[in-house]
Design a protein around this ligand. Structure first.
Ligand code: GLC
Length: 741
């Protein structure tokens, strides 16, 4: 039997190697035929006419240039009708090299899924992979070959609008999610429902100073390697086909022209074989950075640094040939970039069939697949975080007779998609998206009378609607309030200096709370918001983010207990902007504050508590979980050993539920200071009432390792605190072990 496996494995490896070899042979054969203009054409990407996602430069000759083989890829071309039209133009070019069609399919194509930060709150890797798989299947059915996802930027600053697009503040969680999303997006490259992933934004874009989008990033190499790079490496190890660089300068050098990032790390140390696309216009923007004097120098800097494809800056299109003539750019650099791009087009099967992704029957079938909506509803429910539930106000009893649903979000449709939703011209989003009002109606049917009032707008100061809202609340048995920021107050170029609830919404909450009716607040946002009065005063709060096509139904499922909320915050929620940046895995300092109010010669604010409003990893359930009986296989370990740990988790409540058990470590003493706590593993466990399960984790040297002061990846002997928590501050079990050598 063993012999057969070995022979089988060898045959498979040989087949894979020979297939890649064949592709390389085809790429090289094609390269030999290409003129320099055609080669540069492959490095050139233009936008189509749908939803320009950057400052657009109209190119009236786009179609002619495609026929001349001067464009290799397009973005923002939606649907098989249009991708086929453009592909037909490419098939008129001399070498018939197919176009690569790309789109920001960040959280769903036609069926919209929760924004990535919301999905990250589910801590459910399988759910996130499935969500990405559905999005990719629909995108592929619509002629898209390549999505600009996953965004894996670590986000520790909620003023930055693009935290909505990532997986939050933690490197370990972000790395696991990055891999899951890449696997979901790409499936098996070459399959007709597989698309290329694009890991972005390389690198450290989320550390923009002040949380202001596109701003400079300045950090130690140690922090870059320890905190910001691992999710990119995890995505690469999961097979990511492409990367996108970032707008920011990093320690004085724009990422797009950053040889250290793109050549030394990505294509060198990490041996990345795919290709790098610039961000929109980021090559040309190096002029604005003051890093180069003109687009020609920008082209030189970018191609030398390892940016293979130029999105929308025309720098390569109009300068590379001349740079080669002037011997400033070697043709081998250009050939390498072209090879990387052509290889992906061969791997997708586009040379065999340029119209492989242009099947209108499949497009109709996949974009209207009811199974996709079912999945979207499940993933949405898993993303909702229960922040508060005093006296078990939630779930709302199904016998409730009168429910008031109040707030500016209640009857919105498209807003539930949040930022970076694909906006398909032919889709009626009032039908595609289940509003929160419709979700509630679907749930209660004729069993309850629903009352509605808008109360106020999201971000103006008009309180004229308060009286009607209060009167409506007075008639009800329970009041649900849906408030938050506007869908486009987070996302790209949406940094906010003030992340409090906008407008007069918190005053509306106060007015409704004053009626004495039981109040449940839903908060819709693409980032952590500040809502201290609401958090301290109302009995129940659900953080509903932006949940996509099935938002209304998913919220109703949680409100009435048909889904027991299980999500945990992937980002720290500050008490005030003044605390930012605030994140859970901080260093201790020499004068740590011993509690929330100490200020005497300790690291604290004299005007604000030290702790966050809601901590990383926090989320409640309609049931309770008991952790007990932590046991370690050993309390001393050598570097080549593994500690096995086990503990019991019991559902001590009355309903089934899922708990995200979090394994944290603290390296007590290091050759560089170490965080007071670090997430090292987690599991999401489902338990019926009364059920107990034994949960197991392993601790190996990898989990104890970090980048030393010389960037050496080391694990150092010494004591480690081991903590098992229901959040980063709700530690249920704790012990110590020692790494002895
Ligand atoms: C945008 C974004 C990037 C996106 C690209 C194409 O500026 O920064 O994430 O993929 O342009 O839309």
């Amino acid at each position: 039997m063993k012999r057969k496996i070995t022979v089988g494995f060898l045959m498979l490896s040989f087949f894979a190697f020979s297939q890649q070899n064949t592709i390389d042979q085809k790429v090289n054969a094609l390269l030999k035929k290409m003129t320099i203009e055609e080669k540069i054409g492959q490095l050139n990407q233009y936008t189509g006419d749908n939803q320009a996602t950057g400052p657009i430069t109209i190119n009236p000759n786009k179609e002619a240039e495609i026929k001349q083989g001067l464009i290799g890829s397009m973005l923002n071309v939606l649907g098989t009708k249009y991708t086929r039209q453009y592909q037909e133009l490419a098939m008129q070019s001399r070498l018939k090299i197919p176009l690569l069609f790309a789109q920001d399919v960040i959280h769903g194509y036609k069926t919209s899924f929760p924004i990535p930060l919301a999905e990250a709150a589910s801590w459910d890797l399988a759910a996130m992979e499935l969500s990405a798989r559905v999005a990719a299947t629909q995108a592929a059915a619509s002629g898209i070959h390549w999505t600009f996802a996953p965004m894996v930027d670590i986000g520790r600053d909620p003023r930055w609008g693009r935290v909505m697009e990532g997986a939050g503040e933690d490197t370990y969680l972000g790395s696991r999610i990055a891999a899951a999303r890449v696997k979901g997006i790409q499936g098996k490259l070459g399959d007709v429902n597989s698309v290329l992933a694009c890991v972005k934004h390389f690198a450290a874009y989320g550390a923009a100073i002040g949380g202001r989008d596109y701003n400079s990033v300045d950090m130690s190499e140690r922090m870059l390697w320890e905190t910001y790079l691992p999710p990119f490496k995890s995505a690469l190890d999961a097979g990511a086909a492409t990367f996108m660089n970032s707008f920011n300068d990093l320690n004085g050098i724009p990422a797009t022209g950053n040889k250290y990032l793109q050549r030394d790390i990505l294509k060198g140390k990490w041996n990345f074989q795919g290709f790098v696309v610039s961000d929109w216009g980021s090559i040309g923007e190096m002029v604005a950075h003051g890093y180069v004097k003109d687009n020609k120098e920008a082209a030189l800097s970018a191609i030398t640094a390892g940016s293979d494809m130029d999105m929308e800056s025309n720098a390569y299109r109009y300068n590379l040939a001349q740079l080669v003539k002037e011997n400033k750019v070697s043709i081998t650099l250009i050939d390498d970039a072209v090879r990387r791009i052509l290889r992906k087009k061969f791997e997708l099967g586009l040379f065999e069939d340029p119209y492989k992704y242009c099947n209108t029957e499949r497009e109709q079938r996949e974009l209207n697949n009811p199974e996709h909506r079912k999945i979207a509803r499940e993933v949405a429910a898993k993303s909702i975080v229960l922040l508060k539930n005093e006296n078990d106000l939630l779930p709302i009893a199904k016998s409730t007779k009168k429910i008031a649903f109040i707030g500016p979000m209640v009857k919105e449709h498209k807003a539930n998609m949040g930022f970076w939703a694909v906006d398909l011209p032919e889709v009626d989003y009032n039908k595609e998206i289940v509003s929160q009002w419709e979700g509630l109606k679907n749930k209660v049917g004729k069993n309850a009378e629903l009352l509605y009032a808008k109360g106020c707008e999201i971000d103006d100061n008009n309180k004229e609607g308060f009286a009607e809202a209060v009167a409506t609340a007075m008639k009800a048995d329970v009041v649900i309030l849906s408030i938050g920021e506007r869908w486009d107050m987070s996302g790209e170029a949406k940094s906010r200096s003030n992340i409090h609830l906008p407008g007069v919404q918190e005053e509306l909450v106060k007015a409704i709370q004053a009626t004495g009716k039981p109040v449940v607040v839903l908060i819709n946002a693409g980032r952590p918001l500040v809502f201290n009065w609401t958090a301290d005063s109302v009995p129940a709060i659900l953080y509903t983010w932006w949940l996509g096509s099935e938002a209304g139904n998913a919220i109703a499922d949680v409100l009435f207990g048909d889904y027991n909320p299980s999500a945990k915050l992937p980002m720290t929620f500050p008490r005030d902007e003044g605390q930012i940046p605030i994140y859970y895995n901080h260093f201790n300092t020499g004068r740590p504050a011993p509690n929330d109010t100490a200020t005497h010669y300790v690291s604290a604010y004299i005007d604000l508590k030290n702790s966050p409003k809601f901590p990383f990893g926090f989320g409640l359930s309609y049931t309770q979980f008991e952790y007990s009986n932590l046991k370690l296989s050993q309390t001393k370990m050598k570097k080549n050993e593994t500690i096995e740990l086990a503990f019991q988790l019991k559902n001590t409540g009355k309903v089934a539920g899922e708990e995200v058990v979090q394994l944290y470590l603290r390296d007590k003493v290091g050759s560089v200071v170490r965080p007071v706590i670090e997430l090292k593993d987690f599991q999401k466990i489902k338990l019926n009432p009364g059920e107990t399960k034994t949960i197991r984790f392993s601790i190996n040297k990898e989990k104890l390792s970090f980048y030393g002061k010389d960037l050496n990846w080391i694990a150092e002997p010494g004591d480690f605190d081991l903590m098992i928590g229901s959040s980063s501050t709700d530690i249920r079990l704790k012990t110590i072990f020692e790494l002895i050598e």
